[in-house]
Design a protein around this ligand. Structure first.
Ligand SMILES: *Cc1c(COP(=O)(O)O)cnc(C)c1O
Length: 433
C-alpha cells in the first residue's frame, strides 16, 4: 500500500494531473499553520480554500463534534429533526436580515446554489408564472461546479467543454473596482443600464444571482456596496427574485457577518456554506423569505420542493457550525483585518512596479501582478508565484496573476505582515529576473 502515497490514482480538484508537482502531505494543522510530513511548517493565508475561519483544529469545535458523535451521528431529515439543526438556524437568524427566515439545509456551496435556483424557478411555477424561467448572472461570477451552478457562472473560462449543456443566462458586467479607481461610477452606470435593458425587454426572468461585494474565484473582484443595493432594488422593482451567493462572503469574510449587511440590502434568497462549520465539515444552508417559502405551501403535492441530499442537516456538521458561530460571535475577529491589510499594503507594496489594482474588503485583500500575458486565471505567473510562496513557507494560491490573502481570523498581525513581506520579496524577484 505504501506505493499509493502521492500516487496519481487520486484525481485532484482543479489540477492538471500531468504537470502538477506531487502534492504536499499534511500531517497536522493548528491555528494558521500546516505541518508537513518532512517537518516543514506552512502559513495558511487562504484559509484552505476559504473555509477555515478560526484556524485549524480549533479544540472547541473538535469537542463539539466529538460530543455530538457520541449521541447522534446522523438521521434522515425528512420526517425527523434534531437539536443541532434547530439550534443552528436560531443562531443564524440572529445575524441575518430579519426578512430571511426560512432555512433549507444541504451540504456544500454548489448545492446551496442549485437549491436557490430551483426554489426561484419553482416559486414562479407555483404562482402560475410558467414563462419565468430565465436567469441573470454577472460576468466573472462563480457559483460552483455542478451543472446549474456552472450555468449561472457562465462567464467562467473553466466551462468550455460544458457550454452546450448549460441553461441560457444573460450576463451583466461586474463593475470591479480598486483603490484609486476613477472610472468606477462610469462602470456602474453602464452595468445598471444593461440590467435595466434586460429587465425592461423581458418578462421571463425568475431571478438574478450575484456574489455580493466580492467575486471570489473570478479573481477577487470587488464592487461598491451601492452597486449591490442598486442591483437588488432594480430586480425587485421588476418582479425578479434576488439571490445572493454568499458562499464565500458569509461568516465575516467582508468584515461583516454577511456582505448583505455591509451593503445594507437583503436578497430574497441567500446561499451560505464555506466558513459555516469553521472549516471542519461540509454543510450549507439556503435561506429564503417567508414570501418565497409560502409559495410552496399547498394541498397540491406538485407544489412541494422535491429536493434533498443524503446528508441534509448532518448533526455533526450542525454541531460544528454552532460551536463555530459562538466563537465568531464572541470575538468578531473578522472586524480587525481591513485596516491591517491597508496598513501592510502601504508599508510593503504600495508603488511596487509589479503591483496594480489593490483592493480590500474586510478580511480579503487582493492585487493584480503586472506580468506578461493576458490578465486572468490562465496567466502563467500564477503557478510560478504559488511555488515561490510555498518554498518560502506560505500557502498563497494566486488566481492567475491575481494574488490575494484570505487569512483565518486567528492569524496574528505579525503573521499577516510576514505574508506581505513574502509577496514583496517574490515580486522583487519577478521584476529583477
Ligand atoms: C466556492 C464557491 C461555491 C461552491 O462551493 P463548493 O462548496 O465548492 O461547492 C459557490 N459559490 C461561491 C461564491 C463560491 O466561492
Amino acid at each position: 500500500m505504501i506505493t499509493l502515497a502521492n500516487s496519481p490514482v487520486i484525481w485532484r480538484p482543479f489540477t492538471q494531473m500531468q504537470t502538477a508537482p506531487p502534492p504536499l502531505k499534511v500531517t497536522a494543522a493548528e491555528g494558521a499553520w500546516l505541518t508537513l510530513d518532512d517537518g516543514r511548517r506552512i502559513l495558511d493565508c487562504i484559509s484552505s480554500w476559504w473555509v477555515t475561519v478560526h484556524g485549524h483544529s480549533h479544540p472547541t469545535i473538535a469537542d463539539a463534534i466529538h460530543r455530538q458523535s457520541m449521541q447522534l451521528e446522523h438521521v434522515i431529515f425528512a420526517g425527523f429533526t434534531h437539536d443541532p439543526a434547530e439550534q443552528l438556524v436560531e443562531r443564524l437568524a440572529q445575524v441575518l436580515p430579519k426578512s430571511l427566515n426560512r432555512f433549507f439545509y444541504s451540504d456544500n456551496g454548489s448545492t446551496s446554489v442549485e437549491v436557490a435556483l430551483k426554489i426561484a424557478r419553482q416559486y414562479w411555477f407555483n404562482h402560475g408564472a410558467t414563462n419565468k424561467t430565465r436567469f441573470i448572472g454577472f460576468e466573472g461570477g462563480y457559483h460552483g461546479d455542478t451543472v446549474g451552478a456552472m450555468s449561472i457562472g457562465a462567464g467562467s473560462p473553466f466551462w468550455n467543454p460544458f457550454k452546450p449543456l448549460l441553461f441560457p443566462v444573460d450576463l451583466v458586467a461586474f463593475p470591479s473596482t480598486h483603490s484609486g479607481d476613477e472610472e468606477v461610477l462610469q462602470k456602474e452606470r453602464s452595468a445598471l443600464e444593461r440590467l435595466d435593458q434586460l429587465l425592461g425587454d423581458h418578462e421571463e426572468y425568475a431571478a438574478i444571482v450575484m456574489e455580493p461585494l466580492v467575486q471570489g474565484a473570478g479573481g477577487m473582484r470587488m464592487c461598491r456596496e451601492e452597486f449591490v443595493a442598486n442591483v437588488a432594488q432594480r430586480a425587485r422593482d421588476a418582479n425578479v427574485l434576488v439571490i445572493f451567493d454568499e458562499v464565500m462572503t458569509g461568516f465575516g469574510r467582508t468584515g461583516e457577518w454577511f456582505a448583505s449587511l455591509r451593503a445594507q440590502t437583503a436578497p430574497d434568497i441567500i446561499c451560505m456554506s464555506k466558513g459555516i462549520s469553521g472549516g471542519f465539515l461540509p454543510l450549507a444552508v439556503t435561506v429564503s423569505t417567508s414570501d418565497v417559502y409560502e409559495a410552496f405551501l399547498s394541498d397540491q403535492i406538485d407544489k412541494t420542493f422535491f429536493h434533498g441530499h443524503s446528508y441534509t442537516a448532518n448533526p455533526l456538521a450542525c454541531a460544528a457550525a454552532i460551536a463555530s458561530f459562538d466563537l465568531l460571535q464572541q470575538w468578531e475577529a473578522f472586524r480587525n483585518f481591513e485596516h491591517l491589510h491597508e496598513r501592510f499594503y502601504r508599508e510593503h507594496l504600495e508603488g511596487h512596479p509589479a503591483t496594480s489594482a489593490f483592493r480590500v474588503k474586510g478580511t480579503i485583500a487582493a492585487l493584480d501582478v503586472v506580468a506578461p500575458g493576458e490578465h486572468g486565471y490562465f496567466n502563467e505567473v500564477g503557478p510560478w508565484l504559488k511555488q515561490r510562496f510555498l518554498n518560502n513557507g506560505f500557502l498563497i494560491r494566486p488566481l492567475g496573476n491575481t494574488v490575494y490573502l484570505m487569512p483565518p481570523y486567528c492569524m496574528t498581525a505579525g503573521e499577516l505582515e510576514s505574508a506581505y513581506g513574502t509577496i514583496k520579496a517574490t515580486l522583487d524577484e519577478l521584476t529583477s529576473s
